[in-house]
Ligand binder design. Structure first.
Ligand SMILES: Cc1ncc(COP(=O)(O)O)c(C=O)c1O
Length: 431
């Protein structure tokens, strides 16, 4: 392998870090000294803000007991509605179109229970094979709940090399489709789909479009309202950094506010009437009606601090830095490839175009399992998906260009020295 001048790479990285106007945000996060954390697309790190908002709710519980629901700095009773304003800005929605609630998969179930109403002529639920498995299980179960046959009613767009061809999706969207569910950013390759184009096509054929934003929220901007997306759902534990299993979120376009929630519960009531305890459901006007039961306050509280960080740093600036970081990383992988005349074996599986990729870079390698372990042993925390995918997320809030340079040098070194061979092939990498 011809030499890469890593000293020159690192001095360029340091220059970029010095010019970085977002650099101060790194100090808001708990980073383990001596490690490079590139797994924020799976679990984002804890910030001081998220810790503080959780601590505040814990203290309120300790000091005020039941009165925490109605009193204190931010009464728990409508904390979800209070957070919706900031959340709506991240996804390009009106505040009343968004609510933090439930979990990702449960929210999809709830939205399908609301929007998937198959008829004799229109019964197809359209998905793609690269979608997160939980979404596919949920889709299948709704077909079965309606007495349908998944073999007939679940239409699956096939991928190629870990990516979807937009033309294939548009072709699959015909007038037999009742609801289509795709990911905004694909969890494996990081491909970012053109939301507006999909929504327009869905509406042309009379179908509805739902989007999974789990790998997209906080990484790329959205305009869910303007684009006319019918519904969306997502988690807050990846780029949003609200903590493991944090309360998730959903969006319903305001033109659907007259719909009854598929899985009604008292927390979806009009807030003014909730304690009337009426046997008849009196739903809230906006997306709040898609809440079901009492919010999981201790998993909701960190979201307040997590959102404050986004308000401070600004999504657009973060997206620009993220693009520079992923561009820098991909250029270094290319150099490793060139320097080794392809023998290093790394293949970038993420689209190169800025408007087609999210916040992580996916890299295929036939030894990905052992490389992931070798990286971890060097304090570089990657993400691994079997059988051969490394996902590296240089999250702009807490990743420096020098971290990316260190990670790339480690990737080069691990294959050239054969260091990965010291690790087992077992898939015991949890990421
Ligand atoms: C794209 C995507 N969708 C859905 C899920 C499922 O989320 P949950 O386990 O929070 O329901 C995940 C989990 O990582 C995901 O990455």
């Amino acid at each position: 392998m011809s030499q890469i001048d890593w000293q020159a790479v690192k001095s360029r990285a340091r220059e970029l870090d010095e010019a970085d106007s977002l650099a101060q945000w790194r100090d808001h996060f708990y980073l383990k000294p001596g490690t490079v954390y590139l797994d924020g697309n799976s679990l984002g790190l804890q910030s001081r803000e998220a810790e503080a908002s959780l601590q505040r709710v814990l203290s309120e519980w300790r000091e005020a007991g039941i009165d925490g629901w109605g009193g204190g700095e931010r009464p728990w009773f409508d904390l979800s509605e209070q957070l919706a304003l900031s959340l709506s800005r991240l996804v390009g929605a009106k505040p009343q179109e968004v609510i933090p609630t439930g979990s990702t998969t449960v929210n999809l179930h709830h939205l399908l229970a609301t929007f998937y109403r198959p008829t004799a002529d229109r019964r197809v639920l359209l998905v793609d094979e690269l979608n997160f498995p939980s979404d596919l299980y949920a889709a299948r179960s709704h077909i079965e709940l309606h007495g349908g046959d998944p073999e007939r009613d679940l239409r699956v767009v096939r991928g190629q090399g870990g990516q979807l061809r937009v033309a294939d999706i548009l072709e699959a969207l015909d007038d037999k489709v009742a609801v289509a569910v795709f990911s905004s950013v694909l969890y494996q390759s990081g491909q970012w789909l053109p939301t507006r184009q999909l929504a327009d096509r869905a509406h042309q054929v009379g179908a509805m479009l739902g989007l999974d934003l789990s790998h997209a929220i906080g990484a790329v901007p959205h305009a869910l309202h303007e684009d006319g997306v019918d519904f969306a759902f997502w988690c807050h534990y990846k780029y949003l950094n609200a903590g493991p299993g944090a309360v998730a979120g959903l969006f319903v376009h305001e033109r659907h506010f007259d719909r009854s929630p598929g899985l009604a519960g008292w927390w979806g009531s009009d807030k003014e009437r909730q304690f009337d305890m009426s046997p008849t459901h009196l739903p809230a006007t906006g997306a709040g009606r898609w809440q079901i039961g009492t919010p999981h306050l201790l998993s909701l509280a960190p979201l307040e601090g997590a959102l404050a960080i986004y308000e401070g740093a600004g999504l657009q600036a973060l997206r620009e830095k993220s693009l520079s970081l992923t561009r820098f990383l991909m250029a270094l992988i290319d150099r490793i490839d060139e320097a080794s005349s392809g023998r290093a074996g790394y293949v970038i599986a993420t689209p190169r175009a800025d408007d087609q990729r999210g916040g992580h870079v996916a890299i295929r390698h036939r030894e990905a399992t052992r490389i992931a372990k070798a990286l971890k042993a060097r304090g570089i925390i990657p993400d691994f998906r079997p059988p051969d995918l490394l996902r590296l997320a240089p999250v702009p809030l807490y990743t420096r260009f020098i971290d990316v340079a260190e990670a790339a040098q480690a990737l080069a070194d691990i294959v050239t020295t054969g260091a990965y061979k010291g690790f087992s092939e077992g898939r015991d990498v949890i990421a």
